[in-house]
Design a protein around this ligand. Structure first.
Ligand code: RP5
Length: 158
């Protein structure tokens, strides 16, 4: 997608890419311009901070952050931006993603991260939620979301 990205999908490692691609597929379905960037909160703290700091000025409206294990990525991004941040906890560790779920959701007051389910369902829901946030001020997306709900009612799964 070549348009200015409205949604930035950050993920912490190449090992997260397969699951986070599910978020990208959903955004493609809704025609939401986005980009995917690998940046770890722990291994690349400077580039993660800069990405979050510059996102609003670049025209982005929502960030989706997927990470596993200690999963500091969404919280680190949220601490550097006023954009809404959606966190996707990823499995793969000995704890099956429970570590990432708690690390992503348990933010202190003042720095919210909207946390979705662990893994693929969460990645898809993060993209749907991002689309819903954009649809607050976008009638085309609101209509597309209504059609999406009708499809689900008829049995189609996202
Ligand atoms: C996290 O550690 C990443 O988001 C990934 O889910 C997990 C493991 O990373 P790798 O060791 O596979 O690069 O930072």
């Amino acid at each position: 997608m070549n348009a200015t990205p409205l949604v930035g999908i950050l993920y912490g490692s190449s090992s997260d890419l397969e699951v986070m691609r599910e978020a990208s597929k959903v955004l493609e379905r809704f025609g939401v311009a986005h980009e995917m960037v690998e940046s770890s909160a722990h291994r690349n703290p400077t580039s993660t901070r800069e990405y979050a700091r510059e996102a609003r000025a670049r025209g982005m409206r929502v960030l989706i952050c997927g990470a596993g294990m200690a999963a500091h990525l969404a919280g680190a991004a949220a601490s550097e931006t006023t954009l809404p941040v959606i966190g996707v906890p990823l499995a793969g560790s000995a704890l099956g993603g429970l570590d990432a779920l708690l690390s992503t959701a348990q933010m202190p007051a003042g720095v919210p991260v909207a946390t979705v389910a662990i893994g693929t369902a969460g990645a898809k829901n993060a993209a749907i939620l991002a689309t819903q946030i954009l649809a607050v001020s976008d009638a085309r997306l609101a209509l597309a979301l209504e059609a999406f709900k009708e499809e689900m009612a008829e049995g189609k799964r996202p």
